[in-house]
Design a binder for this molecule. Structure first.
Ligand code: UDP
Length: 411
């Protein structure tokens, strides 16, 4: 696997580390469990990292030097693709000549590096984009800058070059065809998963105590990278509006934000909370993983995912697995990750009025929340990383078979 811009070992929920890290780590682990040896190549971002780390049994993560450890933003990384690709080719030539059967690249930057390596090694290239520039640009958050043309062109090239494209949902497969002209025979839909062992229902009282949250409040949580595309401001604006329409209910709601800034000013959201008169109400918590994150989901009466776009939305699935209903924007993968009316509520727009109405409906109705909480766990149980990995190994096998058939035909 190639994951240039972010390591599967990084703490997700801040900076550039998010769902892709979780995806790479969990699919690699499950593939390894099923007997597929996995090596992940990522850019080294610290002198403390050893060149190679065993992330899980059968999963090696290699840190390739490519540019300075710190100080490069994701938008600077195309300048380091030459160095990264050179490192990738040298690593294979020196340590593992002829060892790799297939490359799975994550995000467009990795696709560019992997495309050269796949060509050189004569192996299939499987690509997962995770997000698409043209889709993001079509649904930009207010004040967010559009993705550069270089990325758009880069994604178009990989769409043509890859043997197989993996889409997280049918919606993403349709976007690949509509925006990028992808050949539908080379697109496979494989849903991401969730760790149902970690994210499971539990004691809300204990969870609130662990997080220092009031027991008698109605808690609505936002979990993830704090950036305009994830629309945490939409949740705040909805709550501020609810204060006008239903002050008694709004008074009982405590919003909790778990995550760190991601290419935004550190104070962007706290400043907005202050301007909306919610400054003393909002609770801020740093990113966390595993059981500590499961506690956040359990502590919440609802988890909000107001994003402008999500190719899937792992947070929505994790919350449901922990038995917490989700209130999410009706966009992209969230329409798959959430069963509208059964495991959560989908909101059609990002307008404060609509979010206030949906929040009012969910937070004001305990019986509805209970019904959705039961549906949430049932819906989440349809997904697992093991199923995702089974889907991937099937896709890898088909890509390898198509390659060998093409070679035979060309002979
Ligand atoms: N996450 C985490 N700790 C945090 C906040 C988020 O581990 O404090 C993880 C979360 O569990 C999820 C991922 O970050 O698996 C975010 O994935 P999602 O698909 O929701 O959004 P993305 O980051 O890919 O845009």
């Amino acid at each position: 696997m190639v994951s240039v811009h972010t390591s599967p070992l990084a703490q997700p929920g801040t900076g550039d580390a998010g769902g892709m890290n979780v995806y790479v780590l969990n699919t690699a682990r499950e593939l390894a469990r099923s007997g597929v040896e996995v090596e992940v190549f990522t850019r080294a971002t610290s002198s403390d990292e050893p060149p190679t780390v065993e992330a899980a049994p059968g999963v090696l993560v290699h840190h390739l030097p490519a540019g300075p450890f710190e100080g490069l933003s994701k938008n600077d990384l195309p300048t380091q693709l030459c160095a990264f690709t050179g490192g990738l080719l040298r690593a294979e030539a020196h340590n593992r000549p002829g060892h790799y059967d297939l490359i799975h690249a994550h995000y467009w930057l990795s696709g560019q590096a992997a495309w050269v390596a796949a060509d050189r090694w004569g192996v299939p290239l499987v690509q997962t984009f995770h997000t698409l520039a043209k889709v993001k640009n079509a649904q930009l958050a207010e004040g967010d800058s559009p993705e550069p043309i270089g990325r758009v062109v880069g994604e178009e090239q990989i769409t043509t070059e890859a043997d197989l494209l993996i889409a997280n949902t049918a919606a993403e497969a349709a976007e690949l065809q509509r925006y990028y002209g992808a050949d539908e025979r080379r697109v496979e839909v494989i849903h991401p998963g969730v760790d149902l062992g970690v994210f499971r229902p539990g004691d809300r009282y204990a969870a609130r105590q662990a997080l220092g949250l009031p027991q008698d409040a109605l808690v609505v949580a936002f979990v993830g990278r704090i950036q305009p595309a994830k629309a945490p401001d939409v949740l705040l604006r909805g709550l501020a509006r609810l204060r006008e329409t239903d002050p008694l209910l709004a008074e009982r709601i405590v919003p909790v934000f778990v995550g760190g800034p991601s290419n935004t000013d550190l104070y962007w959201l706290p400043k907005l909370a202050g301007e909306l008169g919610l400054g003393d109400r909002v609770q801020w918590r740093t990113p966390r993983s595993g059981e500590a994150l499961a506690q956040v989901y359990r502590a919440a009466d609802a988890v909000a995912v107001p994003s402008y776009n999500e190719s899937f939305g792992l947070v929505a699935l994790e919350a449901q697995a922990a038995g917490t209903p989700v209130i999410a924007a009706k966009v992209g993968g969230l329409t798959t990750a959430v069963a509208d009316g059964a495991s959560g509520l989908l909101v059609d727009t990002h307008r404060a009025d609509d979010w206030a109405a949906a929040l009012g409906r969910l937070m004001g109705d305990g019986a509805l929340r209970e019904r959705l909480a039961a549906g949430a766990r049932t819906h989440a149980a349809l997904f697992s990383w093991q199923t995702t990995a089974e889907g991937l190994s099937g896709a890898y096998r088909r890509a390898l078979l198509a390659r060998s058939q093409a070679i035979t035909l060309n002979r």
